[in-house]
Write a protein that binds this ligand. Structure first.
Ligand code: GLN
Length: 484
């Protein structure tokens, strides 16, 4: 059952070939069997899941249900879930039980989906390897000695290993796309403002976007459809109708204009990864797309720009965790100052503390103009690059990451090496455009992902291109040994 597509699951549930309870139990059993090796889940909500499954079965028996009714999923532990621990991968929130549901949780529950549990993640979504989680690292199902990528490492490990058919994730600088690439999944980060951020714990508010990780573009389209849309509770969500992503999947690609940014094929790209991307470009050509080189001249500035903007916003967002209102509170502090310092010192891990310090510094009087303001100006240049590119092409295609999955511990002592994992993904967040990663081959027996970037609100076109590519190839159907 865990190898069926969402469409197949939906059809089988409707035909009563198995019930949502049986399906849910199947995934709970697999979690019990495989999660000790992977550490993909922070919390498994078995009882809640079976209750939701029974409700879905009642709706299925009555007929008239949506396509997602009765299908299980994992929620990244960054989304607030009423009555269920919401940790954000941090000791700070280890005992935090959310008093309300995030909008996307409400929407997916409303669509009849069954939440299996909360997926592990880098602490406050800061990381590219899932090694900063208070709950320990997540392992890559393709090689248990390697990282699954981050920060949505639990979400991708759960889906790649068949411990959930699909999962939610978030992407501030690459956290949907990079882990999807490292685990052979399809992950989409929509346009900034397309999916509500209400109830999604904030890291860098002007960059954070929620999305999906799945086995295929078709699966991703189905779930994104149910998540997307205006939310009056999120002032950055955009009031604009949602396209029909599934209906768009079948369109032929004849005439699609694809741009290859030359900066994405420069030094640093592994030759094996490059080979896979070049082969994928040929597939798109054979499907009728035209391909040309484009330039994103400011793309090489995205990592330094991001590491000013994101920590600045994080330092402000994370100021709310003070040991007073909620979250970790130290024992026996004698003064208010001591309470703040010790609660935050104990509650936050090293990477989060580093970001808060950098962010506070770049925002401080005397440095604001030199760093934060400057970074905002470069951010505008990066956005302008994409505007120019999308005047010439429909989609931009390149690698998602420079390399395949690396070994656990390989980059933990070198923050800058870790930050460079997102060298190809960050620009889309800075510009606000949609972007996705999809499987395009294997190098050293490990998955390689290619990235598609689209113009604002062009998710349907990206998903269409990805789906057509997946009709012509079968990389996305490969399954890690030991988890079949
Ligand atoms: N790896 C990047 C960071 O550490 C991006 C993380 C993300 O997208 N949440 O900030």
């Amino acid at each position: 059952m865990h190898k069926l597509s969402l469409k197949q699951l939906s059809d089988s549930l409707k035909a009563r070939q198995f019930s949502s309870r049986e399906l849910t139990q199947h995934f709970l059993d697999r979690i019990g069997r495989h999660d000790p090796a992977l550490n993909a889940y922070v919390t498994v909500t078995a009882e809640r899941a079976l209750r939701q499954a029974d409700a879905a079965d009642a709706r299925l028996a009555a007929g008239g249900t949506g396509v997602l009714t009765g299908i299980p999923l994992a929620q990244k532990d960054i989304f607030c879930t009423l009555g269920v621990k919401t940790s954000c991968g941090s000791r700070m929130l280890d005992r935090f039980v959310a008093p309300y549901d995030a909008t996307i949780v409400e929407k997916l529950d409303g669509a009849g989906m069954v939440m299996l549990g909360k997926a592990n993640m880098d602490e406050f979504a800061m990381g590219s390897s899932n090694e900063t989680s208070w709950y320990g690292p997540v392992k890559n199902p393709w090689d248990l000695e390697r990282v699954p990528g981050g920060s949505s490492g639990g979400s991708v490990a759960a889906v790649a290993a068949g411990l959930a058919p699909v999962a939610t994730a978030t992407d501030t600088g690459g956290s949907i796309r990079q882990p999807a690439a490292l685990t052979n999944l399809t992950g989409i980060k929509p346009t900034y403002g397309r999916v509500s951020r209400y109830g999604m714990i904030a890291f860098a508010s002007s960059l954070d976007q929620a999305g999906v990780v799945a086995h295929s573009a078709e699966d991703a389209a189905l779930v994104l459809q149910a998540m997307a849309g205006f939310d009056p509770r999120d002032s950055t969500s955009v009031e604009r109708p949602v396209d029909d992503y599934t209906a768009a999947l079948g369109a032929p690609l004849r005439g699609l204009r694809i741009g290859l940014p030359k900066e994405y094929f420069a030094e640093g790209l592994d030759a094996g990864v490059r080979g896979c991307i070049e082969a994928a470009v040929k597939v798109f050509e054979s499907l009728g797309a035209t391909v040309k080189e484009v330039s994103l001249p400011n793309a090489p500035l995205s990592v330094p720009t991001y590491y000013v903007v994101a920590p600045a916003e994080a330092s402000s967002n994370l100021a709310r965790f003070d040991g007073v209102r909620y979250g970790h509170r130290t024992e026996g502090a004698k003064t208010l100052q001591e309470l703040y310092e010790r609660s935050r010192g104990e509650g936050f891990g090293a990477e989060v503390q580093r970001r808060i310090m950098v962010g506070t510094y770049v925002l401080s009087h005397g440095y604001y103009d030199a760093y934060y303001l400057k970074a905002q100006k470069v951010r505008r240049l990066i956005y302008d690059d994409f505007r120019r590119a999308f005047a010439e092409v429909d989609l931009v295609l390149g690698p998602t990451a420079q390399n395949v999955a690396f070994k656990l511990g390989d980059k933990t002592d070198d923050p800058v090496a870790m930050y460079l994992n997102d060298i190809y993904t960050i620009a889309a967040n800075l510009a606000g455009i949609p972007a996705m990663s999809l499987p395009c081959g294997f190098h050293q027996d490990l998955p390689v992902g290619m990235q598609l970037m689209g113009n604002f609100f062009d998710e349907a076109r990206m998903l269409n291109a990805a789906h057509q590519y997946q009709q012509a190839t079968d990389f996305h159907k490969r399954w890690p040994k030991g988890f079949a």
